[in-house]
Design a protein around this ligand. Structure first.
Ligand code: PGA
Length: 263
């Protein structure tokens, strides 16, 4: 398993959610992250997903694309009478190359499995990298969380072409671990990672499934990142709260790059 995961350059993605308050504060935070990450010479991919209105300004701060830009959600139609929505071409025109799809906070605000599946197809078909978030509300001794994750994954990928599977990243984000300071254990994450890979393999075949990177998200910080990497074969992290603290986020990037280099 370790060697299989090793071939992927890891990804550390920042989900800023609805932070910070202004474009000025977003530029400051982005520059701090960019300057910290620049010193890291070992292979690691870094993505920042700011609130959509900040994308164009941040694009100007990362002309070389050393830090990829992402959006936190997308709507599957290209344009039209969809008040409040933003399309794939619009996001691409302001520099986003990646998009988070199906985040639990979007699901809680009403995004349905059907919409998530449509948004995922739209993003992948138009050559964006899509980070599909899946995860259970709670765990029980009956293993019901596996059914939840299976349903979410199966419905989301039901219509994606096999040729586009490699552009997908799956983030396992148990809802109870998001923003709570209580991360899932390495053992639980690794068990779920294997389960996700198995489901993908059943659907798309082993080769396509192996091309999908699996991230962990949920209270990742500089103190637990190394331990999670040590105990699992995840290909990086989706980081919320800690990504708003530049030094801490850069530290997580370094820890991930270091682990990958010596794995
Ligand atoms: P957290 O958020 O790191 O603050 O738990 C993760 C996420 O919601 O993607």
């Amino acid at each position: 398993m370790r060697s299989m995961a090793k071939k992927h350059t890891p990804l550390v993605a920042a989900n800023w959610k609805m932070h910070p308050k202004s474009v000025g504060a977003a530029k400051k935070l982005f520059l701090e992250i960019r300057n910290g990450v620049k010193k890291e010479k070992r292979p690691v991919h870094v993505m920042v997903a700011p609130p959509t209105p900040f994308l164009s300004d941040l694009q100007r701060l990362s002309p070389s694309g050393s830090i990829a830009l992402g959006a936190q959600s997308v709507f599957h139609e290209a344009q039209g009478a969809y008040t409040g929505e933003v399309s794939v071409p619009m996001l691409k025109s302001v520099g986003a190359t990646q998009v988070i799809v199906g985040h639990s906070e979007r699901r809680a605000l009403g995004d349905t499995d059907t919409e998530i599946a449509q948004d995922l197809v739209a993003a992948l078909k138009q050559n964006m990298t899509a980070i599909l978030c899946i995860g259970e509300q709670k765990r029980d001794s009956h293993g019901h969380h596996f059914n939840i994750v299976e349903e979410q994954l199966r419905s989301a990928v039901a219509h994606i072409p096999k040729t586009k599977v490699k552009q997908m990243v799956v983030a396992y984000e148990p809802i109870w671990a998001i923003g709570t300071g209580q991360n899932a254990t390495g053992e639980d994450i690794e068990e779920m990672r294997l389960f996700i890979q198995k489901l993908l393999s059943d659907t798309f075949g082993r080769k396509a499934a192996d091309a999908v990177r699996v991230l962990y998200g949920g209270s990742v910080n500089k103190k637990n990142a190394a331990d999670i990497l040590e105990k699992t074969s995840v290909n990086g992290f989706l980081v919320g709260g800690a990504s708003l603290r530049a030094a801490e986020f850069v530290e997580i990037v370094k820890i991930t790059a270091e682990h990958h280099a010596k794995a």
